[in-house]
Design a protein around this ligand. Sequence first.
Ligand code: AMP
Length: 423
Amino acid sequence: MSRVIKSPRGMNDLLPPESSKWLYFESACRSLFERFGYLEVRTPIVESTELFARGIGEATDIVEKEMYTFPDRKERSLTMRPEMTAGCARSYIEHAIHKREPVTRWFYTGPMFRYERMQTGRYRQFYQVGVEAFGAPEPSVDAEQIAMLYALYTQLGVTDLDVVVNSVGTGDDRQRYREALVAFLTPHRSELCEDCQRRMDTNPLRILDCKVPSCQLLVVDAPNILESLGPDSRAHFDQMRRHLDGFEIPHRVNPRVVRGLDYYTATVFEILGGSANLGTQSTLVGGGRYDTLIERLGGPPTPAMGFALGVERAILSLPGDPSEYVNAPLAYLAAHGTAARERALAIAHRLRVAGLRIEVEHREVGLKAQFKRADKLGVRYVVTLGEDELASGEVKIRDMNRRQEIAVKLRDLESALKQRAHG
Ligand code: AMP
């Protein structure tokens, strides 16, 4: 026998009924984001490697060690996207979107790829839903995105949300802070983990995000980034928080949330939650403002604000078993005898084309087995067709919940079921 082929490590199949929970979540996102004026964008899964090196930053974990990079047949270096903000920014610039409209609001959903060390809740192909707003510097845009997310998770039944906000200021603010942080950490250099010792020289802010306990302990007393903010950054942050209060979003400030990527300016935030199911991987969303990214990638100066949420974690945080998210068929057509089966198949086809979810059996099996299957599928109505029904042109619709039957003419079956589907 030949060897069984498995999916690549860290890359998973999404199977029914789990996929129904995903669909439910994704359509909740779509519907909510559209109400806030965001429209869907789709960019390629593969981009030129340079985009991520310049966009995300050479000294980030993602670019340093997590990218799936390969040469194409003409030796151009390509990378499977590890996130989508850089791709959105590239697309915004390439199509000169700023000339079409002053403010652009996009959302996206799709797979991302990072060569991660394997641990629960971390995958090498994972899915993100995210939004980007280009062209608006106002802190109200930041607060509105956070409020939109809060509404999303609340509406989906996640109750223990923890909204954490911070500001990393402008480039100058960050430079000042970087110096203060390095001065504070230098005497403790040898106590830092290996990665953080390297980060001291490349990206010291990242040390604040490090998950190694000894590093976390060290940074407890580190200088507070909010104290390095200039007056404009401070005012932006304060105003953003006032808007959050206006939207009635409970939140707290944590000056150690800086997010690892180079492109962030001003607001950064995380939303934690769903801890009952997620344990330590409870960061549901991360995001922030990136006012310099578009310019850094060769576009006009354009303020921007966005976030990305991890779909796998969102799904784990949602209450309910996946099977509860599967829409049961409206009706099951049970047939008795060959002639009735042929007729049932034709009727089922007509009803499906007319927009109804109908189950019908293709195999020659007895009525008892068909009723059992109808029950298992959780259908509300069962219609039985046998020789008598064919002769009389009348069938009975059995309501499985109420345990009642009503008789209808075969030609009225469609309208009778439609009435029940909408009733
Ligand atoms: P990031 O793009 O790193 O800011 O991550 C944003 C969100 O994406 C996180 O809060 C996670 O929910 C999710 N995420 C990031 N990396 C992974 C991964 N390797 N596997 C699963 N989810 C991830």
